[in-house]
Design a protein around this ligand. Structure first.
Ligand SMILES: NC(=O)c1ccc[n+]([C@@H]2O[C@H](COP(=O)([O-])OP(=O)(O)OC[C@H]3O[C@@H](n4cnc5c(N)ncnc54)[C@H](O)[C@@H]3O)[C@@H](O)[C@H]2O)c1
Ligand SMILES: [Zn+2]
Length: 486
């Protein structure tokens, strides 16, 4: 086997608030990785031969923090691959040590869930006795976790699911794309990069410049990449680095999936669509007779999302990406989208997709949720003529139609559609596709590949955060929904 050491080999250090499940998840994660696990608080107590309250009583918080600093520094040098840190451990100089030598994973849990998990255990958790203080501390610590985290997962799910999501989670950190060699290690690499971003990013190994856009996802496009990988003599142990929007990660991921029957690849998405959607979940492919009709499931070994790369994105592309984030917010129930910085937006939105695809990698069940707004959206996109509406713009229109159907078929509160339309407009997205041919949209929906057993099935909402899939809808209602947005 090869002796590569990469940023992916650094210890995974789990941080997060009380009740996030760091210890339980840490054990499960270590078991999955066949490695060992240490809870830093346990290591501190073992070394001091006292429990935490006893250390606090004897040496004060200062004494405890000093012990904590020394123990963590030791664990980072030659400790286990998975380490859980106490909720207050993130302070200097530990922060700097973590930035240099660890992958910090933030297990995020909302204050309500955290309180319900720990308030029954107040005897052992002195900070979990006063609910007001607990909530204030939760808000305060979130900023610290956000600043330190390389990866983010939603820790409200069951521990097994959280452990699985950690492994599929992207690195999301400003500046993360500046040192891609750290992810590649000593392997040979070919970097496939969109011309539009070539000047912004670190490139490793041989470089292939590609003009980003749907044309890149062609047989000719993938053949060019195969030949470049062959020219660079990439072997099974080597790696393809794909830097660009969804078209680049789709085609380069597919080249990696098929070259020498599958070599590793690293995705560095540079659009919002890429960071929140296309680079997550391992679907790769090209367009031959139809969009995405040839491809493979091939998970990248790492997804590196650098929000700094989004600054040059044209406003229209940005808005189109936000349509997918609005879709995700409707599915997950996240209400902070509009106020969020790109970092938080990418973390939250990608985490939802990671959670869904780790639970259902091959789209047999809940992965279908991600198609909210896409059944009519795809029809509208194609009927308008590809290139007329960006995919995300068509999805915005499709979401409006899906919410209209949800009201009629599932009793969704009408205020959701009103608020979502207003939000889409504020984000610069269309909510109607005037002049689009309704019959053509309906015909396209009919032929959509996502039909099951000859019937079109929809993803709809019972409420925000409560999607349902596989719903058959009366064709007359489908027509009415398309008429509504045409
Ligand atoms: N594999 C999946 O699961 C999945 C999911 C969603 C979408 N997709 C695919 O993704 C593609 C759409 O992705 P996209 O919207 O990123 O399109 P894209 O790759 O065409 O990028 C959009 C445009 O932005 C440019 N660009 C990229 N990054 C930039 C930056 N940082 N600054 C300035 N310009 C930049 C590109 O050159 C291009 O012109 C579609 O082909 C779709 O099928 C795949
Ligand atoms: Zn989409």
């Amino acid at each position: 086997m090869s002796s590569v050491t990469t940023a992916c080999d650094r210890p995974l250090v789990l941080v997060g608030f009380m009740g996030a499940g760091k210890t339980t998840v840490g054990r499960l994660l270590a078991a999955r990785l066949r490695t060992s696990f240490v809870d830093a608080d346990d290591a501190i107590c073992a070394q001091a031969a006292m429990d935490v309250p006893a250390i606090f009583a004897a040496e004060g918080e200062t004494g405890f923090r000093e012990r904590e600093r020394v123990v963590i520094a030791g664990l980072l040098v030659d400790g286990p691959r998975v380490i859980a840190l106490g909720g207050g451990a993130l302070r200097e100089p530990t922060m700097t040590l973590l930035a240099q030598g660890a992958t910090v994973v933030w297990l995020d849990v909302d204050a309500d869930t955290a309180w319900s998990r720990v308030s029954t255990d107040a005897d052992h958790r002195p900070l979990a006795r006063d609910e007001r203080r607990f909530r204030a501390l939760h808000a305060e610590r979130a900023a610290t976790y956000a600043a330190a985290a390389d990866r983010y997962v939603d820790a409200t799910a069951a521990p097994e699911a959280v452990a699985a999501a950690i492994l599929g989670s992207p690195v999301v950190r400003p500046g993360a794309s500046r040192d891609l060699r750290a992810f590649v290690g000593d392997r040979n690499a070919v970097t496939v990069v969109d011309e539009a971003v070539a000047h912004l990013v670190d490139q490793v190994g041989d470089v292939v410049l590609v003009h980003g856009g749907e044309e890149a996802k062609s047989v000719a496009g993938v053949e060019r990449l195969w030949r470049a990988l062959a020219d660079a003599r990439l072997e099974r142990r080597d790696v393809v680095v794909a830097i660009g929007g969804g078209t680049i990660t789709d085609v380069a991921g597919f080249a990696a999936a098929s070259f020498r029957r599958g070599i590793s690849w690293i995705a560095v998405p540079t659009t919002i669509v890429g960071q929140v959607d296309a680079a997550i979940g391992g679907k790769t492919g090209i367009n031959v007779a139809a969009k995405n009709d040839v491809g493979a499931f091939h998970l990248p070994e790492a997804v590196v999302c650098d929000p700094d790369l989004l600054v040059t994105l044209p406003a229209r592309e940005r808005a189109a990406g936000l349509a997918e984030a609005v879709k995700t917010a409707l599915l997950s129930g996240w209400s902070g989208l509009e106020a969020a910085e790109p970092l938080e937006l990418v973390r939250r939105t990608s985490a939802y997709k990671v959670r869904v695809v780790t639970e259902d990698p091959t789209e047999r069940g809940i992965r279908a949720f991600l198609n909210l707004g896409h059944t009519i959206g795809h029809g509208v996109e194609a009927a308008a003529g590809y290139g007329e509406l960006l995919h995300g713009e068509a999805v915005a229109v499709g979401l409006v139609a899906a919410l209209w159907l949800s009201e009629r078929v599932r009793g969704l509160d009408p205020s959701v559609a009103v608020e979502t339309e207003a939000l889409l407009v504020r984000l610069g997205l269309p909510v109607r596709a005037p002049g689009v041919d309704v019959d053509q949209v309906l015909a396209l929906i009919e032929s959509d590949k996502k039909r099951v057993a000859g019937r079109t099935r929809f993803v709809l909402l019972d409420a925000v955060g409560a999607p349902v899939h596989g719903i058959e809808v009366d064709p007359a209602l489908v027509r009415a929904a398309v008429e509504r947005v045409a």
